[in-house]
Design a protein around this ligand. Structure first.
Ligand code: ADP
Length: 272
């Protein structure tokens, strides 16, 4: 859907003769446009919380406020500062993922431990956002190990589960589990019975800062970078992210990774 862009250079090389050099610069210009968009997005995402913080600083500096008001203003400022912190953390994560070589494929990650760790974090978030009403069920698959970087996989899976927690209402249900696929690959899945996503949004969902509902995303602490991070981690591990969702029918996110191995009996915790 993008128009082709051709750069033309003209070299006069003899009387009345010219040499015409053409070069297809479509991809260069597209990359440049994406970079400009990205910088504009980041600036905007930083400017809005900063504006709020500056406003409260000015208020505190110029107005007499009582103790309760002062506390309230500080809470609101802290909330905006956390938003900026989350954004900068995600930006650093993305830039590390882009700038470093693929993770060491000879390092094995214990799948059940990884999932336990992610589930514990998600339960803590659900407690804060929904007061413990939402249910999060873990479906234990086979005791597998998968090649890759523990921290990266935890961050990818963590983003998927925290999205499910954030976008699913308080009375909703979330399921997290893993399967061994017939080709030997590993599939993590995160399923929710939340609002679902309309088909026209699906192809753009992993783009940086693409959000279906801006205010819902921001109100629950979203940076707009989560699924971009998941997609990067999947690709670096030779895998892929699959999204299956319909409005009103919830969403399922699957993270597929290349062949896993069954954990050796010796790596299991010995019975006491
Ligand atoms: P954000 O920080 O906004 O959550 P993400 O990249 O993680 O950014 O997700 C992009 C967008 O995809 C979200 O803003 C939201 O609109 C949509 N989305 C992600 N996960 C879900 C989900 N489980 N249910 C409904 N919508 C979702």
């Amino acid at each position: 859907g993008h128009p082709q862009r051709i750069a033309v250079q003209i070299f006069p090389y003899a009387k009345g003769r010219r040499l015409l050099l053409t070069r297809d610069v479509t991809s260069i210009e597209l990359a440049e446009a994406m970079r400009r968009d990205f910088v504009a997005n980041v600036s905007h995402e930083i400017r809005s919380p900063l504006t709020v913080i500056n406003g409260f600083i000015e208020t505190l500096q110029t107005l007499e406020v009582d103790e309760a008001q002062r506390r309230h203003f500080l809470d609101l400022m802290a909330q905006q500062a956390r938003r900026m912190q989350a954004l900068v953390d995600d930006l650093l994560t993305l830039s590390r993922l882009e700038g470093s070589p693929a993770p060491d494929a000879s390092h094995w990650v214990e799948v059940p431990e990884l999932v336990d760790e992610v589930a514990a974090q998600a339960r803590a978030l659900a407690q804060v956002l929904h007061g413990g009403r939402q249910t999060l069920t873990v479906h234990e698959g086979p005791p597998l190990q998968v090649a890759g970087a523990h921290a990266e996989l935890a961050s990818a899976l963590g983003n998927l589960v925290s999205n499910a927690v954030r976008y699913t209402p308080a009375d909703g249900h979330i399921e997290l589990g893993w399967n061994l696929l017939t080709d030997g690959g590993l599939e993590f899945y995160v399923r929710d019975d939340g609002p679902g996503i309309a088909p026209e949004h699906l192809p753009r969902l992993t783009e940086r800062f693409y959000r279906v509902d801006r205010s819902r995303s921001r109100d629950t602490g979203g940076t707009g970078l989560g699924l971009a991070i998941v997609k990067h981690v999947a690709q670096r591990h030779g895998g892929q992210l699959l999204i299956d969702s319909k409005p009103g029918q919830g969403s399922t996110f699957r993270l597929r990774l290349p062949p896993a191995r069954v954990a050796a009996a010796t790596s299991a915790t010995p019975a006491a």
